[in-house]
Write a protein that binds this ligand. Structure first.
Ligand code: PLP
Length: 394
């Protein structure tokens, strides 16, 4: 018959797309829009990384590599796991892909069967539920409430787990909340996973962007949890390399062999030149990360302090990533300058139309009482944007 793929027609378009498209159009029309929408560092890829890519091209290192990535890059990734996370992996435990998103896709494809359930915390990064559906499994949404620091609690997890549960997706530091789990919290989750025989997909893409505390990989908490964890990471956020499209995962050989086969037919190797650049990023000077962190801390502190002085708005101090989830529950039902705000989309549209400020409505993350502000933009923009928001809701 002529029906398009039923499974794939159920995949949602990004809710944020409409509002970002509108903000872009306004900017193109010469309107001075302040954007808090960025999902990527506002820094250029460091010089030595760009130089390594140029060098690879000039040396003619431009052909296919092994489908799962260059051995030298996998070795650099293993060194990173050892040095940063106290995790021992061998190159045969690593697959390099076209961004961490692709690694997540591969991991879920390798693990899931129809009818399996995968637990996702709300607010969630937009792609998790759709990636689970693409793997024929069912996303089970578990509220991670602000009063619990936007984290899973033991009770909330145990309530959501049943005989169909296959995996838990964990994202620390978190997008959109900036939350970082403590080692003890991770231990609790690891115990549950071992006891209930579940996989953990641990998305650690914001690992380097932590301002309070230290990153702990759940896989490092013991051999049993390591065996059942797929660690996801990548170059995008730590090295300001979003466009290079290199991500990677580490897992047991059993999982890796399924993923290798999928990737060998779906995409072959990720971009060869970007792989050489990634070797330079992992092995080279880590100074640029420190610089980026310094800027992010200053912006975060300003943003959080300012938001909490604005009537009707509040937010908790995020420990990592570059996002602030702003609680707008006191705005809902109010009318400003003739606009009535019934939900996060209304508020985001109002801010864009009236204040010329672009934000991401919380509904995109399953959390309609919030908007997400990114501080991957200059302090000057942050000051101006927050001033506009404050005036718009006076
Ligand atoms: N995971 C999370 C939580 C993210 O926020 C993002 C990017 O926004 C990704 C994964 C994907 O990153 P990549 O550019 O490596 O595909």
């Amino acid at each position: 018959n002529h029906c398009l793929s039923r499974k794939n027609m159920k995949i949602s378009a990004s809710i944020t797309l409409a509002i970002t498209a509108k903000a872009k159009k306004m900017k193109a029309d010469g309107i001075d829009v302040v954007s808090f929408g960025a999902g990527e560092p506002d820094f250029n890829t460091p010089d030595h990384i760009r130089a390594a890519a140029i060098d690879a091209m000039e040396k003619g290192l431009t052909g296919y590599t092994a489908s799962s990535g260059l051995l030298e890059l996998k070795e650099a990734i293993c060194d990173k796991f050892k040095n940063d996370n106290d995790l021992e992996y061998k190159p045969e435990n690593i697959v390099v892909s076209n961004g961490a998103k692709h690694s997540l896709f591969n991991a879920l494809q390798a693990i899931c069967n129809p009818g399996d359930e995968v637990i996702v915390s709300v607010p969630y990064w937009v792609s998790y539920p759709e990636l689970v559906k693409l793997a024929d499994a069912k996303p089970v949404l578990v509220e991670a409430l602000e009063e619990n620091g936007f984290k899973y609690t033991k009770e909330s997890l145990l309530k959501a787990i049943n005989e169909n549960t296959k995996a838990i997706i964990l994202n620390s530091p978190n997008n959109p909340t900036g939350t970082v789990y403590t080692e003890n919290e991770l231990k609790e989750i690891a115990e549950i996973a071992v006891e209930k025989n579940l996989y953990i997909i641990s998305d650690e893409i914001y690992e380097k962007l932590i301002y309070d505390g230290k990153h702990v990989s759940i896989a490092s908490l013991g051999d049993e949890i390591k065996e059942r964890t797929v660690v996801i990471n990548g170059m995008s956020k730590a090295y300001a390399m979003t466009g290079w499209r290199i991500g990677y995962l580490a897992a047991s050989k059993e999982i890796i062999s399924v993923i290798n086969n999928i990737q060998s037919h779906a995409t072959s190797n990720p971009n060869t030149i970007a792989q050489y650049a990634s070797i330079a990023a992992l092995k080279g000077d880590q100074g640029p990360i420190e610089e980026m962190i310094k800027a992010f801390v200053e912006r975060r502190n300003y943003m959080v302090e300012k938001i909490n002085t604005i009537d009707y708005l509040s937010c908790r101090m995020p420990e990592g990533a570059f996002y602030v989830m702003v609680n707008i529950s006191k705005i809902i039902g109010k009318t400003f300058n003739g606009f009535t705000i019934n939900n996060s989309m209304d508020f985001s549209e109002y801010l864009l139309d009236y204040a010329k400020v672009a934000v991401v409505p919380g509904v995109a993350f399953g959390a309609d009482n919030y908007i997400r502000l990114s501080y991957a933009t200059s302090l000057e923009n942050i000051k101006e944007g927050l001033k506009r928001i404050e005036e718009a809701i006076k």
